[in-house]
Design a protein around this ligand. Structure first.
Ligand code: NAP
Length: 619
């Protein structure tokens, strides 16, 4: 008789099963792999226990157990589409709640979801965000296109529920979730419960939506009771091991090591190179990841607002079980720049102002959006004053203000080169509005931070923006402005790991003399032959503007030959104009160099994306 642990170890994985395993792992991030490793460990433990208490311990029995485990691996699928990680966090939390209820659900990022599975999927939950202009998140483009497109299958066998995330200050609030929710139903699928449309205070909608979803799933889906032979419960333990001590919910106070302006005094842009210490945090990151920074509102703006509200700085106020001074609420906890429709409604009601009320009429969506973008809280109070009897009290106003959300910055360093440090490239956002100086909260916090100051941070992994695993691959990096940040990290990593592939950078900014971010580093890298090509577009140095896409077009032949040779393409920076124009230029190059029509070009890019060879980190 064979020894049990040896039996389990020698069970060979058939080709078919290896393929299945690879498919299940596709698109998983580190926590997903931890989860699977815990799952496998639990199965192995269960097998060992079963074998110890029973004489059936040969390879066939082991195979059978693994089959049981795999077959019952999931009864529901949770697909998420995310730009900043919120949808992923909700999806993961949802699966944990289901698991605690004995329901196995697989969680997949939308681009890792095998679209062919839609035909047979029985229960699908979708958690998906909508970007400002009604666009899907980068990882969901193909999924959304497929479901909304002509090739979408009939879905009569499917039960589904959708949770949308968005920002109600945009007219196309949660429009991606709304479109998919309607489309699933149109394709014959049965809605399990109403869609949730979560605004920036996500929990207000997400928590009740999840409660309903879990309750409903418990009634309808197969619950796996914790059995003594095959226990799935240990799955949760490795997931906890993977959680660092510090996280978005518990940010690490990182010490500021350096804050250096890297544009000249004459530049219209104040761009900072920021270095922070992660020493002792246990936090780690990979090139492509972002750093979340919790900001503070500018003190000048907070004082102006406290005066406008007639609130004492140290007056205590409690909201949803949290107590802070009024000063702290306005400096650390609430967004005093970005107002919501519900606040305008409440202020219109309080002030009785007819103009403000008129702005809320159904046909005024665009004027309201414009008003919201040009009006901070202090402006609203000044323009629509309240009578002394109707002044806002902290407990009334604070719940109507959005929480001050962390801001994500692409990390500009590779840990392999800088150790326990993290570097950022930050444009200090400063402008004048309604006669006063105003600032972007996070960039102002960083730009004003002195050496030794502590900044609350966390790591936001970005599995969709990764260097090629194959170190012989070339990379083409397109990053105008501060969009160049992750490419500094990429180059550092490629130097440290000694890859053989070539590196090509396209960079642009207004002026060569004032705005050439990291000029010395790129020039040294060129000299050292670690950067093989550098193409620059200084938009305002000549009589006519020149942008990176013009440089791409000028290098069409060479660029196409890199692509045909297997190069990976990366774009980082402004999503609204640059990324769209660069995408159009890249498509034009492929059309002309490969002589393809529009469908051919679409297929070429779909394939690039499938092979993870066209990755964008844009917002
Ligand atoms: P920017 O405003 O993007 O300007 C950089 C250069 O791009 C300038 O020379 C600008 O020229 C030019 N430009 C303007 N329109 C363009 C277009 N349609 N196509 C190509 N180039 C164009 O630089 P920035 O102030 O550093 O801002 C960077 C942007 O990237 C911000 O929106 C930031 O939020 C975003 N960003 C995103 C990420 C990310 O998603 N991970 C990371 C970093 C930065 P002119 O100004 O002369 O017209």
């Amino acid at each position: 008789m064979q020894n049990t642990s040896a039996t389990a170890a020698v069970v060979p994985l058939s080709l078919e099963r290896s393929a299945l395993l690879a498919q299940l792992c596709d698109g998983l991030d580190a926590s997903g792999f931890w989860w699977i490793s815990g799952y496998a460990a639990a199965c192995a433990q269960a097998l060992q226990k079963a074998a110890q208490s029973s004489p059936i311990n040969d390879a066939v029995a082991a195979e059978a157990h693994v089959s049981v485990a795999l077959a019952s691996a999931h009864v529901a699928t949770i697909v998420y589409g995310t730009q900043t990680g919120n949808a992923k966090q909700i999806a993961t939390g949802f699966s944990e709640q289901l698991l605690a209820a004995g329901i196995q659900a697989r969680v997949l990022r939308s681009d890792a979801y095998p679209l062919k599975d839609l035909k047979t999927e029985k229960t699908l939950y979708l958690v998906i965000s909508t970007q400002g202009d009604g666009d899907p998140p980068e990882d969901s483009r193909a999924f959304v296109e497929h479901v909304l497109g002509r090739r979408a299958p009939n879905l009569v066998h499917l039960h589904f529920a959708v949770l949308g995330l968005g920002d109600s200050s945009y007219p196309k609030f949660c429009s991606v979730a709304k479109a998919l929710d309607a489309r699933f139903s149109e394709l014959g699928a049965q809605r399990l419960h109403a869609r949730g449309d979560a605004d920036v205070e996500i929990a207000l909608v997400a928590t009740p939506w999840l409660d309903i979803a879990v309750r409903e799933a418990k009634l309808r889906l197969k619950v796996t009771p914790p059995a003594s032979s095959v226990s799935f419960l240990p799955l949760r333990a490795p997931a906890r091991v993977a959680h660092a001590l510090y996280s978005k919910e518990r940010p690490f106070p990182a010490k500021l090591l350096q804050n250096q302006r890297i544009t000249t005094r004459a530049s219209t842009k104040d761009v900072r190179h920021i270095e922070l210490s992660l020493e002792g945090s246990g936090l780690s990151y990979s090139p492509g990841d972002s750093l979340g920074v919790y900001p503070e509102n500018a003190q000048s703006a907070v004082h102006e607002l406290l005066a406008g509200l007639n609130w004492a700085t140290d007056a205590e106020a409690s909201v949803a079980g949290q107590t802070h001074s009024a000063g702290r609420w306005l400096s650390h906890q609430r967004d005093i720049a970005k107002l919501s429709r519900s606040l305008i409604e409440a202020h219109a009601e309080r002030s009785g102002d007819g103009d403000l009320r008129a702005l809320l009429a159904p046909k005024q969506a665009e004027p309201l959006r414009e008003f919201l973008s040009q009006t901070h809280l202090v402006d609203l109070l000044a323009r629509y004053p309240l009578s002394s009897a109707r002044q806002w009290q902290p407990s009334e106003l604070l719940p109507l203000l959005r929480p001050l959300a962390p801001r994500l910055y692409s990390i500009a360093s590779a840990a392999s080169q800088v150790g326990a440090e993290v570097h950022l490239t930050v444009a200090h956002v400063a402008y004048e509005l309604n006669g006063s100086a105003r600032f972007g909260a996070a960039s102002h916090t960083l730009a004003n931070a002195l050496e030794g100051a502590s900044v609350p941070v966390f790591i936001e992994a970005n599995e969709r923006f990764r260097l090629p695993v194959d170190c012989a691959r070339d990379v083409i990096m397109i990053g105008p402005g501060t969009g160049v940040a992750p490419f500094r990290a990429f180059l550092q990593e490629r130097v440290e790991t000694g890859v053989t592939g070539r590196n090509w950078l396209f960079f642009g900014n207004p002026h060569f003399r004032e705005d050439f971010l990291y000029q010395l580093e790129w020039q040294q890298a060129l000299k050292a032959n670690s950067l093989h090509r550098l193409d620059l577009a200084f938009s305002r140095d000549g009589a006519t503007k020149v942008y990176v896409q013009q440089r791409l077009l000028e290098q069409a032949k060479e660029l196409f030959s890199w692509l045909e040779n297997g190069a990976h393409l990366y774009v980082c920076g402004d999503a609204t104009r640059m990324a769209k124009d660069v995408d159009a230029a890249l498509r034009q190059i492929v059309a002309q160099e490969k002589q393809l029509d529009a469908d051919g070009v679409a297929d070429y890019f779909a394939q690039l994306q499938q092979q993870n060879r066209y990755q964008r980190d844009v917002y």
